[in-house]
Design a protein around this ligand. Structure first.
Ligand SMILES: Nc1ncnc2c1ncn2[C@@H]1O[C@H](COP(=O)(O)OP(=O)(O)OP(=O)(O)O)[C@@H](O)[C@H]1O
Length: 260
């Protein structure tokens, strides 16, 4: 299965200082991992942190769209690649920023994907960052393994939803992270409930929560339960993830603001 021992990590560009590297992982697709990554980045930036996002979802990147960053937004310099910068100052690197047309497909095999992620880490001029969030592709694929093995990961934020299927697949991600001896900082249950605006009653649209059981297996707290909120989807679709105000995500932000 996974190799034991610590492989030598690729060297970071000499101009960079990155205090913590936090992959956001789910195992299952469509649980809102990219949206959670974007909301965390926006909140950390609002709290005064210098934040970057490495979009490691090479074939299905969605981070630029969430921030309204146009295709082709990456620039080169003698020292390395310059990230695109959002209105709130978040530095972003993603394959979609390398393409001329954001709808263009990236059809690459595993080794090419892993090499690109490595380059995003080593060749980008991130500068001084308090937190680099890494949006992982769904699954326990090569790409996820590459990030967890090749980057100096501080700890992982796990995103799940209440569906049984999500819990099943997130369990596999937990096993993988544990085999690599990487800390899991917290479990975020997204789309946990819908609060009716008229009655304030909370409806478990996707069924009962598995977050407590998963958190126990992960040896980490349930950091947050986030509501299904049509406003989140609308702002994400409009490229305005930075203007989402979501009180329920604050405990995860606080977790990332704590010194490691
Ligand atoms: N809490 C929420 N309430 C309402 N809509 C949400 C919420 N979280 C995410 N969404 C919406 O769900 C969809 C999927 O979210 P997102 O792309 O973040 O998932 P993902 O896990 O990153 O997907 P992928 O597997 O493709 O990487 C998006 O349209 C997003 O706007």
């Amino acid at each position: 299965m996974l190799g034991k021992g610590a492989p030598e990590l690729p060297k970071l560009n000499a101009f960079n200082r990155v205090s913590q590297v936090i992959p956001v992982m789910s195992g299952k697709g469509g649980v809102g991992k990219s949206s959670v990554t974007a909301m965390l980045a926006a909140n950390l930036a609002r709290r005064g942190q210098k934040v970057g996002i490495l979009d490691a979802d090479i074939t299905g990147p969605s981070i630029p769209k969430l921030f309204g960053l146009p295709a082709g937004g990456l620039r080169g310099s003698e020292q390395g690649m310059l990230p695109a910068v959002t209105g709130g100052g978040i530095r972003v690197v993603s394959t979609n920023l390398l393409l001329r047309d954001e709808a263009q497909a990236v059809v690459w095999r595993g080794p090419m994907i892993s090499a690109t992620i490595r380059q995003f880490w080593t060749d980008t001029l991130w500068g001084k960052l308090d937190t680099l969030l890494v949006d992982l592709p769904p699954g326990t694929s090569d790409a996820a393994l590459g990030v967890l093995q090749n980057l100096p990961v501080t700890g992982v934020v796990l995103v799940t939803t209440p569906q049984d299927l999500a819990a099943l697949v997130v369990r596999k991600a937990i096993q993988m992270i544990r085999q690599l001896n990487i800390p899991i900082l917290g479990v975020v249950e997204n789309m946990s409930y819908f609060r009716c605006p008229e009655t304030q009653h909370e409806h478990a649209i996707f069924g009962p929560s598995h977050a407590d059981v998963l958190a126990q297996e992960a040896g980490a707290p349930v950091a947050a339960r986030l509501p299904i909120d049509p406003q989140i989807a609308a702002l994400c679709d409009a490229g305005q993830a930075e203007s989402i105000e979501l009180e329920a995500i604050q405990p995860v932000v606080d977790l990332l603001l704590q010194p490691a």
